[in-house]
Design a protein around this ligand. Structure first.
Ligand code: MLT
Length: 411
């Protein structure tokens, strides 16, 4: 007999299956176990994880910061609540002022990455908010709202949650969400987009800002892939749009622009002009940050600051160019093989249509078995991702070429 008195957060029980990338890792591990001879041939273009080592300028700064920690006079304990000023100043200068945007350093909150921030940001919002998400979407936005009890119930038939507004992004609309018919309170946007690799011009982003201001909604803008933008008409930060400081929170990451996936560093911007009545969201996030988080490590914040030096900029831009060359190889290779594929111009992701009406998971199994290439099934990102598949350009050049050759031979 179960005598437990405590209660769990049973919103967790509404989540169908495990986290997308955990499911994929388990499937690949099972395949390797069942096919030991193929184990070493498998090329992963699945999870968006970088493969190039950290830039020399970053490594040098890590070393010097470690040495500081060894000396009484320069040792650091807890970091300041919002993060070190040297890093927040560099961000304000390089990511915002250089783009004509004024963000004060107390509007920047350093964290251990955009994944945590995108999941945690819900803490400062009532459970009584209706969220809108692109479909397909980075699963963290939906899953964390499910955990908070904001998503309603899951309908396995539609693969949708009852209280979430889904904004389909498909070939028909150029993978760009349309303003929803029902009015959301919180709108999640990610540009350049994960998973589709699509972007929208700044003029279109302005329409979202205008819409949010008109409806009294807040936009949670994930700009983790900003460094991959190659076209001039795409905004690098939502604050390039007029009025965004009154309706948008921006999430940024060092993972994709400087290879910090394993090193962990990111930040969130909440302008003080963003208010609900008299209350600034900045003050709520500061309260949350101070209470639940003890800062990214000093050495990592130093490493992050090194990204903004001239050497750091040159070296990380070289890494981005390397990945974007992979993106080109994948995009052109897929096109040559007769696939319909998009993305990879302003983003490190290529989004392809599965051949022969295969489902996303069927194509996953097929590609894994026949080409020993791992990708990400589009349906894992939402029902409108069914029939699509994502490949990342974060592999090595050699593996990318090899993967594309193998895919070409399938056709
Ligand atoms: C992805 O593959 O979508 C990324 O790894 C997501 C992330 O950065 O957490």
């Amino acid at each position: 007999e179960d005598t437990k008195m405590f209660k769990i957060n049973d919103n967790y029980l509404k989540l169908p299956g495990s986290y997308l990338f955990s499911t994929i890792a388990k499937k690949v591990a099972a395949y390797k176990e069942a096919n030991p001879k193929k184990k070493d041939q498998i090329i992963s273009l699945g999870i968006g994880d970088v493969t190039l080592p950290l830039a020399p300028a970053v490594i040098a700064r890590l070393h010097s910061a470690v040495d500081e920690m060894a000396v009484k006079e320069t040792f650091k304990g807890y970091a300041p609540d919002l993060g070190y000023e040297f890093l927040r100043s560099a961000i304000a200068q390089h990511d915002y002022k250089a783009r004509g945007v004024d963000i004060a350093i107390d509007e920047i909150f350093i964290s251990d990455g955009a994944k945590s921030d995108s999941g945690n940001i819900g803490d400062i919002f009532s459970v009584d908010n209706r969220i809108a998400v692109c479909d397909p979407v980075y699963p963290v936005y939906v899953d964390t709202n499910v955990m908070a009890g904001r998503a309603g119930d899951y309908n396995p038939a539609t693969e949708r949650f009852s209280n979430v507004i889904y904004m389909p992004c498909t070939e028909e609309n150029g993978f760009a969400p349309e303003l929803p018919e029902e009015t959301p309170d919180i709108i999640y946007l990610c540009f350049p987009n994960n998973p589709t690799g699509a972007t929208i011009p700044k003029t279109e982003l302005q329409k979202w800002v205008d819409y949010a201001l008109e409806k009294g909604a807040v936009i949670i803008y994930d700009a983790a892939y900003e460094a991959y933008i190659s076209e001039d008409n795409v905004a690098h930060t939502i604050y390039e749009c007029d009025g965004a400081d009154r309706c948008a929170i921006e999430l940024r990451s060092f993972s994709k622009n400087a290879g910090f996936t394993g090193t962990r560093l990111g930040f969130t911007v909440i302008p003080k002009a963003l208010k609900c009545g008299d209350v600034t969201l900045n003050s709520l996030w500061a309260r949350r940050h101070g209470t639940k988080f003890n800062g990214a490590p000093y050495i990592i914040q130093q490493a992050g600051a090194a990204v903004y030096t001239p050497e750091g900029q040159a070296q990380t831009q070289e890494q981005i160019a390397y990945y974007m060359n992979n993106a080109k190889i994948i995009r052109e290779g897929l096109a040559a093989a007769g696939f319909s594929a998009s993305g990879g111009v302003n983003a490190p992701y290529i989004w392809l249509k599965t051949p022969d009406k295969m489902t996303s998971w069927e194509f996953f199994d097929y590609l894994l078995d026949k080409a020993n290439v791992v990708g990400t099934p589009g349906s894992g990102f939402g029902p409108s991702g069914e029939g699509y598949f994502r490949l990342t350009s974060f592999g090595s050049y050699e593996n990318t070429l090899e993967a594309v050759e193998r895919i070409k031979k399938l056709k």
